[in-house]
Design a protein around this ligand. Structure first.
Ligand SMILES: Nc1ncnc2c1ncn2[C@@H]1O[C@H](COP(=O)(O)OP(=O)(O)O)[C@@H](O)[C@H]1O
Ligand SMILES: [Mg+2]
Length: 237
């Protein structure tokens, strides 16, 4: 069952120390879509994601789910949002499996055995079950990213937000992340918002792309619309 239809960022402005970073930006994220926000570094992509998950408050404007303010109604709407940090943010003192079960452990969801079984299932879907007992320091960047994705998926999020998931990854690992995003789309249970500066990656995963430039979303469309727009950002260097 669909829990929501539309996540909407409506005329949101945010600045720091008198400097505007995002100016009256609007963007609509539809259920089950993969929506990519594409922009150069420093354009406010991470700030936008952090506002959507409520880590940062907009100065002006509103973020809503089906016309209800996302945070004022957080209890009623029952939606689960999960955010994957650019750094992956694994806990270095815990094994992979303990990193993945951590949210369930903290809230005592089910028995320990059930949590571990669930985590193994997700790790195996992501092709990294063999790493379950390793420490994060023993993993490559691509594997760390997959562990971070597993840790987010264990809480069955309705909306999953990725901050530059392929930053510092080689092409093979980038492709693996694209495949994971595709596979999740096919489950029809999850809305994915991905911010990146990687144009090829954006094209490989997106249902929709929004281009963020100079504090504004200057264009939103499907891949063809974006390709045909001839925006300078997309021109080969
Ligand atoms: N907590 C903060 N305090 C002050 N300035 C910030 C803060 N977070 C982000 N900024 C500034 O906002 C701008 C956009 O940052 P960010 O969203 O991280 O860019 P991007 O993710 O697109 O690379 C940058 O100039 C950054 O320095
Ligand atoms: Mg960023």
């Amino acid at each position: 069952m669909k829990k929501f239809r539309l996540l909407k960022v409506d005329e949101v402005t945010k600045g720091f120390n008198g400097k505007t970073v995002l100016e009256r930006i609007s963007c609509e994220f539809f259920n089950n879509e993969v929506h990519v926000i594409l922009g150069k570094s420093g354009t406010g992509k991470s700030v936008l994601l952090k506002m959507i998950i409520g880590l940062i408050k907009p100065d002006l404007g509103k973020i809503s789910i089906d016309d209800q303010d996302l945070f004022e109604n957080a209890k009623e709407n029952d939606l689960i949002l999960s955010y994957i940090f650019q750094s992956s943010a694994l806990l270095n003192s815990l094994t992979v499996i303990d990193n993945v079960t951590i949210f369930l452990d903290e809230h005592n969801v089910g028995s320990k055995q059930e949590r571990v079984t669930k985590a193994y299932g997700i790790l195996s879907d992501l092709g990294i079950q063999d790493a379950a007992n390793k420490m994060p320091s023993e993993l490559s960047g691509g594997m760390r990213k997959r562990v971070a994705i597993a840790r987010s998926l264990i809480i069955s999020p309705d909306i999953l937000l990725y901050d530059e998931p392929t930053a510092e990854l080689d092409p093979i690992n980038t492709k693996i992340i694209s495949q994971i995003i595709d596979k999740l789309r096919d489950t029809n249970t999850i809305t994915q918002v991905v911010v990146t500066h990687d144009i090829a990656f954006a094209y490989s995963i997106a249902d929709k792309i929004s281009i963020l430039e100079d504090g504004k979303i200057i264009l939103t469309g499907d891949k063809d619309a974006i390709k045909n727009s001839k925006n300078a950002l997309l021109e080969p260097i």
